[in-house]
Design a protein around this ligand. Structure first.
Ligand SMILES: Cc1cc2nc3c(=O)[nH]c(=O)nc-3n(C[C@H](O)[C@H](O)[C@H](O)COP(=O)(O)OP(=O)(O)OC[C@H]3O[C@@H](n4cnc5c(N)ncnc54)[C@H](O)[C@@H]3O)c2cc1C
Length: 687
């Protein structure tokens, strides 16, 4: 519990969050359990209960990870004090020690030393983001990317041979996909694996100067094997990108035919040894091909159940979606650290005599400070719940626990889209939150010992790796515009443009269901079809959701119309897409924002009545209205927000911030960032 607030009153007759009878005792608005002049009663937050709600079904593994982070807290200091080379080794040692406890291998099958629980592995990973982020990313590379590729793309022979060593950290490896020349456009990779019929081996070669594998985690120092993505050439025919197990180091030295270069100093994450790999005729046996989706056999040469090369490629990538979900969750959890430090600092730091002549004002009592921090706190909660939804979908799709009526292929396509969008929103949120929180701590925020230096530097690249955010949002839009049709994976960008151009705009909207959702919501709001946006209460979640849905539907329809117009006027599909791209991104964002708000609303609606529900409703309202306020120009342009109502929203936001103020300390405590991860007691003591 934070110490800044008065103890709760025991006035049981008052209903928290509800206006009280006229004449109810006014009390101070910044005291918990007290009511203000409108009769609003401050909720009293049960920190442990909200933590339990946030931790959900994976509370135990999350707590195990927190305990381990505390045990290894020294690594936060080592990051600043050790040489780069020593720190890399230190990070590797911590990762291997953590592996011994089982938490990094939760997602692997039990017969190979794993925990057999994918949902738990996602929860464990994102919780690791409360600590040093080189440790997090090294775990991600080793167990998520390298181990995940062997598990998902390989078959029994690879699992039996490698998984136990990967899970224990005995075999360190890389996920070598990106090249200097191609990152987002993986299908254009220049590494080639040519099948040699005579020896039944693949010969791996970096065919062009830009075909170096680049930025590869574990490559510069610790990796012994790599899952290498290469164009497979069999019988003189290119079969598209496939993955192979390739030894890159033997006894600590580069394997024959492999050249390794260190990527050198990075903006952050310097405990991870990123490097370049170059292959010159490296031979691996036929069995090195990770052959879940395609195989090369002595009898039939190349065989695959998926005929279409594009579809095969996207099916392979789709199995690796967990990495994306992990990075999104890591961004959201890193934001928790930043918002916790900044809020706690603001609960101790005083500047200027504002309301008293004898005492300076606490930063958090300034309206501006509340306006800067609380919407970020609210969004952190919102994204946490949205992440919980996508993690649940991963668990269901990968463990076959989907609703029996659900179409598994559709569920997979929807998951890929949602994972891409949540990753983009979660990692951008981290970048924005960490910057704002750093500034909110003034000069103290700039000192490395107060964590923001590392948080900023280490999370920055989250917006780029596991898929650049703008590229990912285009994937989200593709799913929306094609309604996740089964042709989705066969389509490139041009195909998608032509597909949409061939549909009526109404069909696009109809298929995405947004229209139906909006219709349904209009039914429950006052004013019917015409005036729902003017008559509904600002704090009515149905109104808020309708506004988000309206924006989504309208933007999506606009994109579809512009694509059709472009094609109808005879323009090249690529050119049409390029011209509409900013609109495409806006539609994807609007869609994702709606899903995030829905996740938050559903979560709060499911809570039992009481103070905690009131408290989370304050955050949910703040999140929803902040999103409308941020985009008010758009809503006004589209006739959905009058200037009076727009001003009323800003007033409401200020009110919500005032109401959140007394419980802000508890709401950040509920995020359960271990104190050792804040590294701020001295900062707080000095203010
Ligand atoms: C620290 C770090 C660790 C990494 N670890 C690994 C690893 O272990 N293994 C691995 O395989 N890779 C790794 N990567 C690579 C990473 O996944 C890529 O950097 C990422 O996919 C982006 O590719 P790129 O750098 O080529 O950027 P590009 O694809 O060149 O993108 C550059 C910019 O162009 C924009 N852009 C690209 N295409 C389009 C388009 N169609 N329309 C509009 N804009 C577009 C993007 O939005 C972006 O802003 C790592 C990278 C870093 C920095």
């Amino acid at each position: 519990m934070s110490t800044d607030t008065a103890p709760p009153t025991d006035d049981v007759a008052k209903v928290p969050g509800q206006p009280q009878e006229p004449g109810a005792s006014p009390g101070r608005s910044d005291e918990k359990g007290s009511s203000d002049r409108s009769g609003y009663v401050q909720p009293v937050v049960d920190v442990a209960a909200i933590t339990a709600l946030l931790d959900g079904r994976y509370a135990e593994i999350r707590q195990t990870v927190r305990d381990q982070l505390v045990e290894h807290a020294q690594v936060l200091v080592d990051a600043e004090e050790m040489t780069r080379s020593d720190f890399r080794d230190r990070v590797r040692d911590v990762v291997v020690e953590m592996a011994a406890t089982g938490q990094t291998g939760m997602g692997f099958p039990t017969e190979h030393g794993g925990g057999g629980d994918i949902g738990a592995s996602l929860a464990a990973f994102e919780t690791l983001a409360l600590g040093d982020l080189s440790v997090l990313v090294k775990v991600g590379v080793q167990f998520g990317l390298f181990g995940g590729a062997v598990l998902q793309l390989g078959t029994q022979r690879h699992h039996d041979r490698y998984l136990a060593d990967i899970v224990s950290g005995r075999l360190m490896g890389c996920f070598a996909m990106t090249e200097t020349g191609h990152g987002s456009n993986v299908q254009a990779l220049g590494t080639v694996a040519t099948y040699d019929l005579a020896t039944q081996e693949f010969v791996i070669t970096s065919t062009r100067p830009d075909a170096w594998k680049d930025y590869i985690g574990n490559a510069a120092a610790h990796g012994e094997m790599a899952v290498v993505f290469a164009q497979l050439v069999v019988g003189g025919e290119s079969k598209g990108v496939h993955a192979l197990m390739v030894p890159i180091r033997v006894d600590g030295e580069p394997a024959p035919g492999v050249k390794i270069e260190d990527d050198g100093l990075k903006m952050g994450l310097n405990g991870v040894d990123n490097g370049r790999l170059w292959f010159d005729g490296v031979r691996v046996p036929r069995e090195a091909l990770l052959n879940r989706f395609a195989d090369v056999t002595p009898e039939v040469l190349y065989t695959s159940d998926i005929d279409n090369a594009n579809k095969r490629f996207f099916t392979m990538l789709g199995t690796l979606v967990q990495g994306r979900v992990c990075v999104g969750g890591a961004g959201i959890n890193a934001s928790k650290v930043a918002i916790t430090i900044a809020t706690k600092y603001a609960l101790n730091r005083r500047q200027f005599e504002a309301t008293s002549e004898t005492e300076e004002e606490l930063l958090l009592d300034y309206g501006l400070h509340q306006r800067r921090l609380f919407p970020l706190l609210a969004r952190t909660y919102a994204l946490h719940f949205a992440q919980e939804v996508v993690a649940g979908q991963v668990h269901d799709v990968f463990t076959g626990t989907l609703d029996p009526d659900a179409d598994p292929d559709l569920a997979r396509r929807e998951l890929e889209s949602r994972a891409a969008g949540t990753k983009a929103l979660g990692t951008w949120h981290a970048t924005r939150t960490i910057q704002e929180c750093r500034e909110a701590c003034g000069g103290a925020g700039y000192l490395a010992e107060n964590r923001f230096a590392a948080l900023k530097a280490d999370t920055d690249v989250f917006t780029t790796f596991e898929g650049d955010n703008h590229v990912l949002l285009q994937l989200v839009a593709k799913g929306l515009l094609t309604a996740y049709s089964s042709e989705f994976e066969d389509m490139d960008q041009f195909g998608m443009v032509l597909f949409v151009a061939g549909l009526a705009v109404e069909t696009v909207i109809e298929k995405t269901n947004v229209h139906k959702l909006l219709e349904r919501i209009k039914d429950v709001l006052p004013g019917g079809d015409d005036r729902w946006d003017q008559e509904a209460g600002l704090l009515d979640p149905d109104y808020q959701l309708a506004m988000y849905r309206f924006r989504e539907e309208h933007t999506l329809a606009g994109v579809a119309r512009r694509l059709k117009r472009g094609i109808d006027s005879g323009m090249n599909p690529g050119q049409v897409f390029s011209r509409v791209q900013d609109h495409v991104i806006a539609a994807a964002r609007a869609h994702m924002e709606r899903l995030v708000l829905e996740a938050f609303v559903e979560k709060t609606r499911a809570m039992p009545d009481g103070d905690d529900k009131v408290a989370l409703n304050l955050l949910c309202d703040l999140h929803a209205l902040s999103g409308i306020e941020a985009d008010r120009a758009w809503y006004m342009e589209h006739g959905r927000l009058s200037s009076q109502r727009s001003k009323a929203i800003s007033r409401e936001i200020a009110d919500l911030c005032r109401r959140i103020r007394p419980i802000a300390g508890d709401l950040v405590d509920a995020l359960a960032v271990p104190e050792a991860m804040l590294r701020s007691p001295e900062m707080l003591g000095r203010v």
